[in-house]
Design a protein around this ligand. Structure first.
Ligand code: S3P
Length: 186
């Protein structure tokens, strides 16, 4: 098993908030690929989309997946569209187990509609866009090792489910428990 935990999932599934809490519990560091991209480009994500276009953003995203392979003991949250390039998934798999957070379209809409920093959801009908993108991406999200539906769970419930699922995964793979120092992480 890799040395990090990688969080995949659509916008609004809770990657940031869950990732930060997971990192706190495990005494890992937290990092997200969107922040790496913002640092590389030295501009915000809406500005990258507006000035350079989505393909350029996707290239930076691939570069971000190359950077995180080097990390140890990090929770790595990723942008929702990162799964669309198999190369990205291959890089991320080298970093650690892939945990996909999920939520139903209405919950995603509720969680995202008041934010303006997601260019893909700045459309007249964001709910329709959410459903379309979820359909386009479903087969890619399915490639994760673990899937957790966060729609009706609290952050700490999601964290518990992620930890339990990673323990099961480690045992299936014949490895020791994922969390050797679990008792020290409350
Ligand atoms: C995107 C998701 C965003 C960000 C960008 C594109 C996507 O990240 O990378 O706006 O294509 O789903 P979050 O999933 O963290 O919102």
């Amino acid at each position: 098993m890799g040395q990090n935990i990688v969080l995949l999932g659509f916008m609004g599934t809770g990657k940031t908030v869950v990732g930060k809490e997971l990192a706190r519990r495990l005494r890992y560091r937290y990092i997200d690929t969107d922040s790496i991209i913002i640092t590389m480009a030295n501009k915000s994500i809406p500005r990258i989309f507006a000035e350079d276009g989505e393909p350029h953003f996707r290239d930076l995203e691939t570069r971000a997946t190359e950077c995180v392979v080097q990390l140890r003991r990090h929770v790595i949250a990723t942008g929702g569209g990162i799964v669309m390039r198999d190369k990205n998934l291959a890089n991320l798999r080298r970093a650690g187990p892939l945990v996909c957070l999920e939520a139903n379209p209405n919950v995603i809409y509720q969680r995202t509609h008041s934010n303006t920093y997601r260019p893909l959801l700045r459309t007249p009908n964001p709910l329709r866009m959410i459903k379309q993108l979820l359909d386009q991406r479903a087969a890619q999200y399915a490639k994760a090792d673990v899937h957790i539906d966060t729609s009706y769970l609290t952050v700490s419930e999601v964290v518990e489910q992620v930890l339990a699922a990673l323990d099961r995964l480690a045992r299936q793979r014949g490895q020791k428990h994922f969390l050797l120092d679990k008792n020290k992480t409350r």
